[in-house]
Design a protein around this ligand. Sequence first.
Ligand code: BES
Ligand code: ZN
Ligand code: ZN
Length: 506
Amino acid sequence: MQKYQINPEKVKQDCLIIPVFEDKGFDTWIKNVDQKLNGLLTKVFESKDFEAKKKQSSLLFISDGEISRVLLVGLGKTKDLTVKNYKEMIGSSVLTCQNKKYENLSLYLSQDLLKMCDAKKLAQETVIACEVAMYAYDDFKSKKEDKITKVKSVNFLGDFEKPDLKNLQKGIDEGFIIASGVNFARHLGNIPPTDMTPEHLGSEAIKMAKENKNLKTKVLSQTEIEKLGMGSLLAVGRGSKFEPKFIIVEYFGTDKSKKPSVLVGKGITFDSGGLSIKPGDYMVDMKFDMLGAASVLGTIKALADLQVKKNIIAIVPSAENMPGGDSYRPDDILTSMAGDTIEVKNTDAEGRLVLLEGLRYATKYSPKEVIDLATLTGACMAALGLEKSGLFTPEDKIAEKMLEVGEEVGESLWRLPLGEEYSEAMKSEVADIKNIGGVGGERYGTASTAAAFLQFFTQDRETGEANYPWAHIDLASAIYGSKGKAHIRAGANGFGVQVLVEYLRS
Ligand code: BES
Ligand code: ZN
Ligand code: ZN
């Protein structure tokens, strides 16, 4: 049986979720339900217990009959509704139901919602909101009663026209695929760091690629990385007892001669800071320092499952950043696979050191564009907070499209600057570039100086010309701390998968 069904003949439901606009009130469909309930919904509305204001909700226990419970959800005013808000409200109602151990849910999709976007998009975003809300990392909950209840069915109910039905189904199917990519990324991120080693990350990529015949994976060993001369990646991994890996996943959805888009994801499986060690409080959550990698793997999985007619490559340089007798040191000078020399000033600025090998390796594909994703700087989190991620690119066209798509899927990006002053700040006295720098002070502008550092490796070594169009996303909003939110549980949130999927498939 399909988990998501549209107007099924027999509706089995533990709860009927009804989203309502504040300025629209009850439409005919809801009025019909209201009649069956002897006007209960009207009474709730008139009593002002529920006014359909944004994020307001009211759970009503009815009876043991056809409609046992109703969850009224306020969507606020029509003109103010964003995709992000909509998904949060749908997600929080589903999560509430799941926490109450309801297994079969129904969700009303009104004509007012259908007027705001097409049926396919509505179904797609709704399914993503539901699936993201229902995901729980409970592998380590040892008692059965502490495990999260699996929701068995979600029925979409409403007065749908015939063409809508086809589009709704398409949206359900695609939404489910995209959500699987998001939750795959979250799952990788949530695995504890002693288990989630670079090798483990590589084997997860291989396992994932085996499920789709159009995906091919290569995981390069330490010896192969040495042969390629990736001195910067090797250095970061030297303090760890786990070998670094360089993971490549290829998807050819169209003619191989068409230039691919290349994604590069930071795959630091734990960031202790290395010898420039982090204070204890700052080390918590550093298992999430591979979320750039997780998102690019989730993205390529989704694009392959959607059978997108594009060529996509995902590259993940992966290492663990640990202190140890053989750790790389501040003052070391590293040499990349392309021969760039990098002065190490701080071993905690390690993400950029692994990414640069990915950016240099990417030129091999003569890419159409390269987009990297990384939990790169605390400064980006300080600047934007945890609801938006930073976008850095010299390409206005990429920026425009990426920002637009971000709003369309509810993953918000904010463009931050690159420029001469940031690049200047990274100049080294003794090597081609150094790994930290600030503008007007050590600690100033460091999200942009980190981005400028990466930009250096997207340019030709002789001419300084860009090798390919490039964008960098600093994943400030990849983690929802220890408590989570009403619409999503704590841990990795998979930021990046949705925006990249839509950006790359359109
Ligand atoms: N992985 C961190 C950045 C980070 C911090 C991500 C907090 C998510 C949450 C990165 O490797 C790092 O340590 N960056 C340093 C750079 C500094 C040494 C220039 C930072 O942001 O403090
Ligand atoms: Zn670090
Ligand atoms: Zn890091």
